[in-house]
Design a protein around this ligand. Sequence first.
Ligand code: GAL
Length: 337
Amino acid sequence: MFLAVCVCGIVGMQAQKNESFRPGQVWNDTEGNPINAHGGGLLYHQGTYYWYGEYKVGETVLPADATWERYRTDVTGISCYSSKDLLNWRFEGVVLKAVPDDPGSDLHPSQVVERPKVIYNEETGKFVMWMHTDSPDYGKAEAGVAIADSPTGEFKYLGGFRPNGTMSRDQALFVDDDGTAYQFSSSEDNQTMHINRLTDDYTKPDGTYVRRFVDMSREAPAVFKHGGKYYMLSSGCTGWSPNEAELAVADSIMGEWTVIGNPCTGPDSEKTFCGQSTFVIPVQGKKNAYIACFDMWNKTDLQNSKYIWLPILIDEHTGKLSIPWLAEWDMSVFDNK
Ligand code: GAL
């Protein structure tokens, strides 16, 4: 009897399809395991979405020498999930693995590897991953780059560096319509955002960069383009603890950026519904449909941090973008505006 109940439970879990987004709730993959892809980024490639994130496994610790709340888990690698509908995700494995046998590697378990983002280079046919690589005390402040021939890896680590010789922590990638790619990075001790233009193969900065959001302490950038304008969603700078989100807009990506303000509305909107931005996905096949992805960090148990995905709604009269709290929603929100 007990066995029958267990087996039914497992089969039931596997068969269960996600029909709606439920922000902040446990979100299981197609095998019934909680999705483990934190600080993540998405890529749409040939009809499939790929979600890459920090694969956080094991105990969360606060290092004995920590002077601030730098709770951590050992580096175990970058995970990848695939989906056709953004709701049901299949685990594709750990596509960039930690390197436990080389203490000098950026990917050694003792180090910091966060906020992976992957873009596809049409010219080289390579999938290029950028991530924040750091020393355990976050003093190194570098960007690491890895490449692969397939979206599901395995990715080969090329190395880490300070883009244009400057610090780089939280980061995002953006590919413009002309194929030029940019890295946005929290630089200068997280005080100022740098927008670094990348080489044609996307693996390095090309030497041209601008300083924006000077002394504004923005982190967790997520960049997207809508109606010919560039938008950056970001958080303030309070470690794993939530703060108020901010949306900014620019006519040209390396031009002047104007702060619009907090796009979140509803309960806890002044602290981003207890989340922190990580990515904005343009929904394929729908016009003016974007999903804002946030991490809901559980700082003392990081592997059990959850996700908050919400639609970005665009007012049809004013063009204003907002991110309302919705406890449960599906893609039809984009049809009912
Ligand atoms: C946050 C950052 C996270 C992580 C954390 C460490 O501000 O967005 O990616 O670095 O600090 O405390």
